[in-house]
Ligand binder design. Structure first.
Ligand code: AMP
Length: 285
């Protein structure tokens, strides 16, 4: 079947609606959707949760079947990384900031496994969640830098009804922590509110987010940053597309969330001043 369009959705399993939304998106563009499930040991630090990461392969396969996935790729670690494995892909710079600073070698593990999955599945499209915005940007960079053929598609964040971003790690949260975990979404909403009332100063947006998080006894902020959407460097002023990024520990569970802040041109006017004035901010939670 030479004219089929293959879409790849890489996951670590413990599938939830967020994962399934990537699959549904892939099905819109592709005639063959491959979902991978692989808890990649190379992207976990020695003190991290690799051993206890939730694994539910049987239930995951049922979900993939029900979703109409064409192929599930569920390799063993020894198949992906034989004893003599020695080649790594690393995106410099971008991989060292934010998540990379808190989790050394994490992104090197991610880019290495994604490179392998792209080589194995040979997809025309590969789908990633904006939930892991820095990861998506790093993969985008890798694909561009290494002239890979796959097009990277970044999909919206799926949330629980109370705003908590869906994540396999939410299963770690006890009842009190689960409630406290909504503080990430509330912190982003606080920044959204500031933006919508005209605030562009990143420090002010950050303190709005921290204000909410510091009011939550179970929450410990790792970072709460406003960064440029391409290089993920901090910005002082939000005057171009940016992300508000959060990494917060709720008890022992480290959670991520983010909000995309985009400037949309609302008219195609020839007058530059008019155009600049009518640039509208759009916030995507
Ligand atoms: P994971 O299994 O956590 O490695 O995630 C696999 C893919 O699903 C990644 O591209 C994630 O960004 C994406 N993903 C995880 N959670 C969500 C969510 N709540 N909404 C959308 N995509 C998500």
């Amino acid at each position: 079947m030479s004219n089929r369009i293959v879409g790849l959705v890489p996951t670590m399993g413990a599938l939830h609606e967020g994962h399934l939304s990537l699959i549904r998106r892939a099905q819109q563009n592709c005639s063959c959707v491959v979902a991978s499930i692989f808890v990649n040991p190379k992207q976990f630090g020695p003190a991290e949760d690799f051993a206890k990461y939730p694994r539910s392969v049987e239930a995951d396969i049922e979900k993939l079947e029900a979703a109409g996935v064409d192929c599930a790729f569920i390799p063993e670690a020894a198949e992906m990384y034989p004893a003599d494995f020695s080649t790594y892909v690393n995106v410099e710079g971008l991989s060292d900031r934010l998540e990379g600073r808190s989790r050394p070698n994490h992104f090197r593990g991610v880019t290495t496994v994604v490179m392998k999955l792209l080589q194995i599945a040979q997809p025309q499209f590969a789908y990633f969640g904006r939930k892991d915005a820095q990861q998506a940007q790093i993969i985008f960079r890798m694909v561009a830098d290494l002239n890979l053929d796959a097009e990277i598609v970044v999909c919206p964040i799926l949330r629980e009804p109370d705003g908590l971003a869906m994540s396999s790690r939410n299963a770690y949260l006890g009842a009190v922590e689960r409630k406290a975990a909504t503080s990430l979404h509330r912190a982003l909403q606080a920044a959204q509110h500031e933006l919508e009332s005209g605030v562009r100063d990143a420090a002010q947006l950050q303190s709005a987010m921290r204000g909410v998080l510091h009011g939550q006894p179970e929450a410990r902020v790792d970072y709460a940053e406003i960064v440029d959407s391409r290089d993920f460097q901090p910005v002082a002023l939000v005057n171009r597309t940016a992300y508000a990024l959060l990494a917060v520990k709720i008890g022992a569970t480290r959670l991520l969330d983010n909000m995309r802040i985009e400037f949309v041109r609302t008219d195609g006017g020839e007058n530059a001043a008019v155009e600049a004035a009518s640039n509208r901010l759009r916030v995507e939670l």
